[in-house]
Design a protein around this ligand. Structure first.
Ligand code: FES
Length: 500
């Protein structure tokens, strides 16, 4: 079967066969409070897609750089949408609101046959995160879009062509107020972790071809240029779609895998299982690879900030609702936790306690420094207002990189952050509580003469299949590493592993 793969930028592809066209994760308009923009500029592809016959649309998850509501609002509502059957119906509800009615929702490892030659299989992220990967079998040629989905490595199928994210799309460490040297160290550690994640995924899928996808986005507000330039950012601005450093490392690790660099507007043909004819079929008339020009051309899209007045009562009501929606989590894990929110020159002490009415109190600016309170979150008032009005959420706010996080102990507070990041999806916090209970049960496993926790003390990944290398283990999810002789965490975090 002949298949044409056209890159539409970031993690987006159009897969064309003689009779069926499948579109994946199209993204054109700014995401996360108008901060992230696709790089390279891909807006010229929008019309190409709107004039194309699309039969199926696969949306991997609800993050705005994969689920572009503005573009989808212009799209043919009769298209059949393939998406994961996540525990939280947010994606489905949003699609419904946009007017899409033909949804094919697939659970983990569930299949759907487009016809007798093209078959799909869905994979769900195995943590509390809601993300997915899709395997499409084109009459024997297996294409896997794994993107940033964290699957149990053993369930990754062997394929012919795999496309996967190679860069980071998280707000850590960028949102923390680390000094320059610490930030550099954290970024270098993170880059090592990302490489390892890539290696793990590629090793398990063992493809003949690899298409790097979801390159770093770009921030076009000049006040955020430090996130794309300079040496303390992992989103470093580049002229290359797939950086030479990653390319060299990849080729050394996987000498038999062909890397197919497919920047926006490029396509390849697959004929009889072989990739050929790489071509550039669409050109960007604007050619916005210069940061300043790109920023100027999109000024009306990033220049949208305003200040708003935060009302303590509204903030209080928001946290009351958050607690009552996630009571199990609050009772188990975050009860009486305190932290500070600073916004628009004011500071608010937040107490997570389901028994009291006044959860929020205004405090002086030096309150954080004078007390033992660990976390302080600085957030623009416009963003905070949208969160407390339930028009947005903390994860979107963090991904905007407009939040500054301060902490006295340099340890991720999983319990607090699961409440903030997933509290609008209580099914996810319930899943987290059940994973945490498992961790607290301290189920132990034995390997190479060592006895240690079965579930990762960071965020509950099952460690049953990890290998012991040089007396150390590495968690496959976020790649924290422990020395099994001491139990000490030697990379990633500082929570020790229990050992028998
Ligand atoms: S779950 Fe995060 S390092 Fe294990």
């Amino acid at each position: 079967m002949k298949v044409k793969i056209l890159s539409i930028g970031h993690a987006g592809f159009l897969l064309k066969t003689e009779d069926v066209n499948i579109l994946i994760d199209p993204w054109f308009y700014p995401a996360f409070f108008n901060t992230w923009f696709p790089y390279p500029n891909n807006r010229f592809m929008e019309d190409v897609l709107l004039n194309e016959k699309i039969d199926y649309l696969y949306l991997s998850h609800e993050h705005e750089d994969h689920f572009d509501k503005k573009f989808l609002s212009k799209f043919d509502k009769n298209v059949k949408i393939i998406c994961a059957d996540f525990p939280t119906p947010i994606l489905i509800d949003e699609l419904d609101e946009l007017g899409f009615k033909n949804l094919i929702c697939l659970g983990h490892e569930k299949t759907f046959d487009i016809n007798d030659k093209i078959k799909c299989k869905m994979f769900l992220d195995n943590s509390h995160s809601e993300d997915s990967a899709l395997l499409i079998d084109f009459d024997g040629f297996k294409f896997l879009d794994i993107n940033d989905c964290q699957m149990n490595l053993k369930s990754i199928p062997k394929v012919d062509l795999m496309t996967c994210q190679y860069s980071n799309a998280s707000w850590f460490p960028q949102c923390y107020n680390y000094d320059k040297e610490t930030m550099k160290t954290k970024i270098s550690e993170l880059n090592d972790i990302l490489k390892q994640k890539l290696v793990d995924k590629v090793k398990h899928s063992n493809p003949r071809y690899f298409i790097p996808s979801a390159s770093p986005c770009v921030f076009l507000n000049p006040s955020m240029f430090h996130l794309v330039e300079g040496d303390t950012t992992f989103l470093k601005w580049r002229d290359d779609y797939w950086p030479n450093s990653v390319d060299a490392f990849f080729k050394e690790t996987f000498p038999n895998i062909n890397v197919v660099e497919l920047s926006v507007g490029n396509n390849i043909d697959i004929d009889d299982g072989v990739v050929e004819n790489k071509q550039t079929v669409h050109r960007d008339e604007l050619d916005l690879i210069n940061l300043k020009d790109y920023s100027d051309a999109r000024k009306d899209e990033w220049n949208v900030d305003y200040e708003s007045t935060i009302d303590v009562e509204k903030l209080n009501n928001y946290f009351k609702k958050l607690i009552s929606d996630n009571l199990e989590l609050v009772l188990c894990l975050t009860k009486n936790k305190r932290f500070i929110i600073s916004s628009n020159g004011k500071n608010y002490l937040i107490k997570l306690n389901h028994r009291i009415d006044k959860l929020v109190k205004e405090v002086d600016d030096d309150f954080y420094d004078k007390t033992k309170i660990n976390y302080r979150i600085k957030i623009p008032s416009m963003i905070l207002e949208k969160i407390i009005n339930l028009e947005s959420d903390w994860e979107t706010a963090l991904l905007s990189m407009k939040i500054e996080l301060n902490r006295k102990d340099d340890v991720y507070d999983s319990d607090l952050f699961i409440l903030l990041r997933s509290g609008h999806k209580p099914t996810q916090t319930k899943k987290y509580v059940s994973l945490s209970k498992k961790m607290n049960d301290v189920e132990m496993i034995y390997k190479n003469g060592y006895k240690f926790n079965r579930y990762c003390p960071h965020a509950g990944e099952d460690l049953s299949d990890v290998s012991v290398i040089d007396n150390c283990i590495t968690c496959p999810r976020h790649h924290w590493k422990w020395n099994l002789d001491t139990g000490e965490c030697i990379r990633g975090g500082n929570i020790s592993l229990m050992k028998g």
